[in-house]
Design a protein around this ligand. Structure first.
Ligand code: FEO
Length: 163
């Protein structure tokens, strides 16, 4: 079955949103690196890679369903933060926004009885629970340790070991 025009259009928009997310995390990675917080920079770089994988997942799915993808320009992103917790506040808020996009996609798939896309989107629903949880935990930890240099260095080291 070929993907519906409405669903295809919305998935195409989500590719752009995932690539914008990738760009945001790349920007954060660059900023952390310039603050000499290389563990944080590494963690954000992993995040950058994951978002590209999310975009590719959608592209591959649309292709599997005989749809086409039209890549759009990626809007500019923020390039500096006042402190690490501000970056993680932005991360948490951004992931909440992405979750709302995924839910909107799911609502459309349900509305048009596109069972294959509902099944496909389940992976993203689960992923977003994880993404929000991780961002919130790191934000809360950072708020506690941000002004204690030795603790911040330890957290930086820990983040540098992300698989
Ligand atoms: Fe692709 Fe972080 O959501």
């Amino acid at each position: 079955m070929v993907i519906s025009e409405k669903m295809y259009h919305e998935l195409n928009e989500q590719v752009n949103a995932e690539l914008w997310s990738a760009y945001l995390y790349l920007s954060m990675s660059v900023w952390f690196s310039e603050q000499n917080l290389n563990g944080f920079a590494y963690w954000m770089n992993k995040q950058f890679q994951e978002e590209q994988e999310h975009a590719m997942k959608i592209i591959n799915y649309v292709h599997e369903r005989s749809g086409n993808i039209t890549l759009k320009p990626i809007d500019k992103v923020k390039t500096s933060w006042n402190n690490p917790s501000e970056a993680f506040q932005d991360t948490y808020e951004h992931e909440q926004k992405v979750t709302s996009y995924i839910y909107k996609l799911m609502s459309s798939a349900i509305e048009i009885k596109d069972y294959a896309t509902q099944n496909f989107l389940q992976w993203f629903v689960k992923e977003q629970v994880e993404e929000e949880d991780t961002a919130l935990n790191l934000l809360e930890t950072l708020k506690k340790v941000e002004n204690i240099p030795s603790a911040l260095i330890m957290l930086d080291k820990e983040l540098g070991t992300r698989k």
